[in-house]
Design a protein around this ligand. Structure first.
Ligand SMILES: Nc1ncnc2c1ncn2[C@@H]1O[C@H](COP(=O)(O)OP(=O)(O)OP(=O)(O)O)[C@@H](O)[C@H]1O
Ligand SMILES: [Mg+2]
Length: 351
């Protein structure tokens, strides 16, 4: 099967490189609608980095987080004694650092792990990470810490303060110690809203939006796969610049399927999913009024993006259902994708 190559992201890549080139001072929050290509962008950028950056990339998506211990464990990669090679077990931080590869969790031994879990305080884990990063620095390299899907720790209750302690730790790594670059990635706009309103982060972080491709980028992408003008126009109409949707259409074309009928299928599915919200209301499974939700949809009958004054529970609900995306830094709200916009308009036809 033809592999779909990483496309463009010139501006975002440049922004990230500019950050990496300077001394760590601020935490960088990378955010954007779902499936806009945030993870793809960061993983691609990491692969291309020179060897003098040591990147610790942790994606919480695949981790099962129900407790504080789960979260701490998810940060670390236990160093195993290799039976096959009978290599000497790594014992010191310097030995651990010497083995780190480009993309991995934070290496740790069983002995250090015991220290980290001692008295169940994040402080031990954080001081271990600081010592390890200092070791990386001593080896002449720059540590970079990346946490993807950080909003998942919202589910973890640690005396209610884990997120607070974590942000303080990030501030320590950046503004205070200038030790490591810290990137936090999320597609949860409620999490960004939470972060945005936190006084402790004021002046200590920056936001980098990774949105769907713009029209020019989308056209260039489709040109690579020999889309005709007509197919390009269908793709833009239905998928906008949502990479994951475009990739589906490219695959459809590669498999000699009709691009337009595939795109129509996507829209049918999304419309039916949104309509099922009203079924849930009718069945009493959720307590929102149909009228209030339709009121939110009305905003997008003519517009694609609107400014909001205040969030309300309906907006939040539609954000949680991945229908809408809010950007709290700009106070704007829009459908999560072009497909969602079209589906909303389909729903409105019968409303
Ligand atoms: N720049 C790109 N070039 C080519 N394909 C891309 C690009 N960005 C994203 N994609 C495609 O879109 C898919 C979704 O991207 P990705 O998982 O990075 O999105 P995301 O924003 O991290 O999603 P989520 O909101 O779920 O975290 C990728 O698996 C890839 O197929
Ligand atoms: Mg992602």
């Amino acid at each position: 099967m033809k592999r779909i190559e990483f496309h463009d992201r010139e501006k975002e890549t440049k922004d990230i490189h500019a950050i990496l080139d300077s001394r760590p001072t601020l935490i960088t929050f990378i955010y954007g609608p779902i499936n806009s290509g945030k993870t793809e962008l960061i993983t691609h950028t990491i692969e291309e980095l020179p060897d003098d950056y040591v990147v610790f990339y942790i994606n919480l998506r695949t981790k099962f987080l129900t407790s504080y211990d789960d979260f701490i464990e998810s940060l670390f990669e236990m160093e195993m004694e290799s039976e096959a090679t009978k290599r000497k077990r790594k014992e010191t931080l310097a030995e651990l650092v010497s083995s780190v590869t480009k993309v991995a969790g934070i290496p740790i031994t069983k002995e250090f792990m015991e220290y980290v879990f001692k008295d169940k305080k994040p402080k031990n884990a954080f001081s271990y990470i600081i010592k390890l990063f200092e070791e990386v620095k001593a080896a002449g390299k720059q540590p970079v810490l990346i946490l993807d899907e950080l909003q998942k720790i919202g589910d973890v209750k640690v005396n209610g303060f884990l997120i607070y302690e974590l942000f303080n730790f990030f501030i320590d790594l950046t503004k205070e110690l200038h030790l490591a670059h810290v990137f936090v990635i999320t597609s949860d706009s409620r999490f960004i809203e939470h972060v945005h309103s936190k006084a402790m982060l004021e002046g200590r972080c920056r936001y980098l939006l990774v949105d769907d491709f713009d029209e020019r980028t989308t056209m260039d992408f489709l040109d690579r796969y020999n889309f005709s003008d007509e197919e390009k126009s269908v793709a833009w109409d239905y998928c906008g610049g949502k990479p994951v949707c475009l990739v589906e259409l490219v695959n459809a074309k590669i498999n000699r399927k009709d691009v337009e009928s595939e795109a129509k299928k996507f829209l049918k599915i999304r419309t039916s999913q949104i309509l099922s919200i009203f079924d849930e209301i009718a069945l009493g499974k959720i307590e929102y009024s149909e009228k209030a939700l339709i009121g939110e949809f009305k905003n997008f009958e003519k517009e694609e993006l609107v400014q909001y004054d205040k969030v309300n529970k309906e907006k939040i609900f539609l954000v949680e259902r991945n229908v809408l995306f809010i950007d709290p830094t700009q106070r704007t709200i829009k459908p999560q994708s072009r497909l969602n916009l079209l589906a909303i308009r389909e729903v409105m036809k019968d409303a």
